[in-house]
Design a protein around this ligand. Structure first.
Ligand code: ADP
Ligand code: ZN
Ligand code: ZN
Length: 757
């Protein structure tokens, strides 16, 4: 079913068409073919429960288990084959592994236009050029459009549609005459955004980079995961570019580059575009229009696009000649899908690379503990079975650019120097110094809005979200209390709803309030704020970043949106305002995430020739996390964390899956989950012999946000040292849950390898 392989001609005896549909039932549906030219892989329209649905043809058959008079007929066939066998195999694996209906898995992976009931024609874009001299008598006296077109083509050689369209709205008709006469030829272009000028010419690789590139290039023909562990600014992107240059010299070869959030890193995209401009490159992410998305997807599927840069969902893009996959910032949790099928793009990438028998490169300055475990293995201390590393580790230990050094990191003890309006005297002084020297500062606070809570000092009332068990965040500029979990907004009360006290006070710090404080402290400074509230428009971040590069901003305040991949040469100070709550969080992953975040944000300082300084305000300067951070020794920190996880039998030492359930009434959720955990335990006891490991089943508990959007939530965690045992249990768990009497009253989902509960 590869798009470049001709499919078998329609078999006239195969009158049954078996399709998958976007419905929550994990099976194929049979229809009769009324004589339409149907092939495997086609998109078809079929009747289903009184509606019309788009389906994908999985097989053609001569008979069906459904009695003939009950079979309905296929209504329409579209002449496109969206999938190849390799992609379907990957989707099948994911549907099984994540216990999600196959039809929904398949259809959700397609661009919207391919899920709609109409032929998906992406309008192709062309460039035109003269193919042979045009006879003088070809252009009549009054054919002004035609003569202007010819003039343009003569003048420019190649012309794109935008240039030609300036001649007249009816230019296409005139052009058709030229094409028909053979005077003009055209070739298809795929939608590419203009690339920035190649400011960044290929540097000579340092030893570590050269070693990494050579090691991977020596092992191109076969499955191999690589962990490229390189400090911020160590030249990982440069390594990717060299790999692509080489791999893509093979005719037709394609490469897939995954990034966490493409719109946060416009620099990365433009670097690829300018350095690899000889290869057609498309992007796939949620900021594209539906027609761009379709066009780019089709370019990948047809093999026209040689490089695809995309976010999470692009892991399912069919690429018939895929030879290399790269996952940048592999630790980033946005690779995990949090609704629908809860897949993790990194894990899917590993499976895809294995199925395609190609290398996959995972890059990070702070690898996930999962990848770290796979790269260093487990020597089997304390009597456990040793586990050999399955990834190969490549290390870039220093910054690549000649003058750039890693920043120096200090903690400011807030128990000795209490912050005033969020800022300690030391941090204020450091900002002032930067202003005097004409350098830039970045203040990191991972909370947007004005203040995290609105408080009544008379009765201790706190503003809550009306729909969630969470605090409503004060957004002063928009004059609302907004919930960051469900988005609900309510007016700011003029007095305490509980005791009538009119003196309600904002408590704590968030981006807007810090911005206000800075404007008061440093009225001459140009302050810019970057968070989800300011960066909503598509190009807002790009504009802001160019303002920073142009030296039009003195102080940047931002959330983790700012932490990723930006390169500011004149930025020499990073201040970290308030992260202590993550130090002692009940979530065992919180410290891993905090370390990664701080390392990333610290990595923004001192990228140019001026040394950078990072000041962290904390009440716990002695904490082991800060000690490791000051030494910028992620490896030591990760080793310690990993030993801890192994000792406590948490992932990645074990595998988990979480049964999540919700309903408007918690007693229903509790009943369902209690039944569920009992049934699961019973299964484990009864099948003790056939299970490689006996999964642990915990009691139902409520998550941190117990009520979300008026739904009461609960979950049951399942844990095992063996993936296989857990999968076997999940298989029956799904069947059992589907048959439970409460099934219609609650919503449930199984989250395999859950990151959040
Ligand atoms: P990372 O992806 O690890 O953050 P980059 O590839 O963005 O690192 O490199 C950081 C900076 O160092 C960039 O400005 C890049 O052009 C530069 N750089 C990368 N490799 C080299 C090298 N071998 N020599 C000099 N400069 C380099
Ligand atoms: Zn009150
Ligand atoms: Zn809410």
């Amino acid at each position: 079913m590869c798009p470049d392989v001709s499919l078998p001609a329609a078999d006239p005896t195969a009158s049954i068409v078996r399709v998958v549909l976007d419905v929550p039932l994990d099976r194929w549906f049979d229809y009769v073919n009324p004589g339409l030219p149907v092939r495997e892989g086609n998109r078809v329209v079929v009747p289903f429960a009184g509606r019309q649905l788009v389906g994908i043809v999985m097989a053609l058959a001569t008979e069906s288990d459904v009695p003939e008079h009950k079979l309905k007929a296929v209504l329409q066939v579209f002449d496109d084959v969206p999938f190849d066998t390799a992609t379907l195999k990957l989707l099948r694996f994911c549907a099984d592994y994540y216990h999600y209906p196959f039809g929904q898995t398949v259809l959700a992976s397609l661009p919207l236009r391919l899920r709609q009931i109409k032929p998906a024609v992406s309008r192709k874009m062309w460039v035109y050029q003269l193919a042979q001299p045009i006879p003088v008598d070809f252009v009549g006296k009054r054919q002004q459009v035609l003569s202007r077109l010819i003039a343009l083509l003569q003048q420019h050689g190649e012309c794109n549609e935008a240039m030609l369209a300036k001649t007249s709205a009816s230019w296409r008709k005139a052009m058709q005459g030229l094409l028909d006469g053979g005077y003009v030829s055209r070739r298809e272009v795929i939608a590419t955004r203009p690339s920035m000028p190649a400011s960044d010419l290929a540097p000579t690789l340092n030893d570590e980079q050269a070693h990494a590139v050579n090691a991977i290039l020596d092992n191109l023909h076969g499955f191999q995961p690589w962990l490229l562990f390189g400090v911020t600014g160590s030249g990982k992107t440069e390594v990717y570019i060299r790999l692509l240059e080489k791999v893509l010299t093979e005719p037709q070869a394609q490469a897939l580059i995954m990034v966490p959030e493409i719109n946060l890193t416009p620099q990365l995209e433009s670097r690829f575009r300018s350095r690899l401009s000889q290869f057609a490159l498309v992007t796939l992410h949620s900021h594209l229009s539906e027609s761009e998305r379709l066009q780019n997807w089709q370019a990948a599927q047809s093999g026209t696009a040689r490089i695809v840069i995309g976010t999470r969902l692009s892991i399912f893009t069919p690429m018939p000649h895929l030879k290399l996959m790269i996952l940048d910032e592999e630790h980033d949790t946005s690779y995990k899908q949090q609704d629908g099928m809860r897949y993790h793009a990194r894990d899917v990438a590993l499976v895809r690379a294995k199925q395609a028998n190609i290398p996959v490169v995972l890059g990070s300055a702070t690898p996930s503990l999962e990848s770290w475990y796979n790269a260093i293995g487990d020597r089997g201390q304390s009597g456990r079975a040793a586990r050999k590393p399955s990834y190969r580790l490549l290390t870039l230990s220093r910054r690549a650019a000649a003058q750039a050094q890693l920043p120096r990191i200090f903690c400011i003890d807030t128990t000795h120097s209490p912050p005033e309006a969020g800022l300690t005297p030391q941090l204020k002084h450091a900002i002032e110094l930067r202003l005097q020297r004409g350098e830039q500062s970045l203040l990191f606070i991972n909370r947007r809005g004005y203040a995290p809570v609105l408080h009544c000092s008379a009765c201790q009332w706190l503003a809550d979200c009306r729909r969630c068990s969470a605090k409503a965040v004060l957004h002063l500029r928009q004059r609302v209390l907004r919930c960051h979990h469900c988005g609900d907004e309510q007016p700011i009360p003029v007095q305490c709803p509980s005791c009538g006290n009119p003196d309600l006070r904002p408590v704590g710090q968030a981006t807007q309030r810090i911005e206000e404080t800075l404007q008061q402290l440093f009225p001459q400074a140009r302050v810019a704020r970057v968070d989800r509230d300011t960066i909503q428009a598509k190009d807002a971040l790009t504009e802001l970043l160019s303002a920073v590069h142009a030296g039009k901003v003195d102080i940047l305040i931002g959330t983790q949106m700012l932490a990723k991949g930006h390169d500011f040469a004149n930025l020499t100070l990073v201040g970290v305002l308030d992260t202590d709550s993550a130090l002692y969080s009940p979530d065992y992953r919180a410290s891993e995430r905090l370390f990664a975040q701080l390392m990333q944000v610290a990595g923004r300082a001192g990228r140019g020739d001026k040394p950078g300084e990072v000041l962290i305000q904390t009440a716990f300067p002695q904490h082991a996390l800060f000690a490791a951070l000051r030494e910028q020794n992620y490896a030591a920190f990760a080793d310690d964390l990993l030993q801890e996880r192994i000792a406590m039998q948490f992932p990645p030492a074990t595998y988990i899956a979480v049964m999540k359930a919700e309903a408007t009434d918690y007693s229903l959720v509790e009943r369902f989950l209690t039944d569920f955990s009992q049934a699961a335990r019973q299964y484990v006891t009864e099948h003790a012999v056939t299970l490689v490991d006996q999964p642990l089943i915990y009691d139902p508990v409520r998550p941190g946000i117990a009520r979300l959007n008026r739904m009461e939530r609960g979950y049951v965690m399942l844990q095992s040292a063996h993936r296989g045992a857990l999968q076997q249990l999940l298989q029956v768990a799904v069947e059992w849950s589907n048959a439970h009497p409460l099934q219609a009253k609650i919503r449930w989902i199984i989250d395999v390898d859950a990151l959040e509960y």
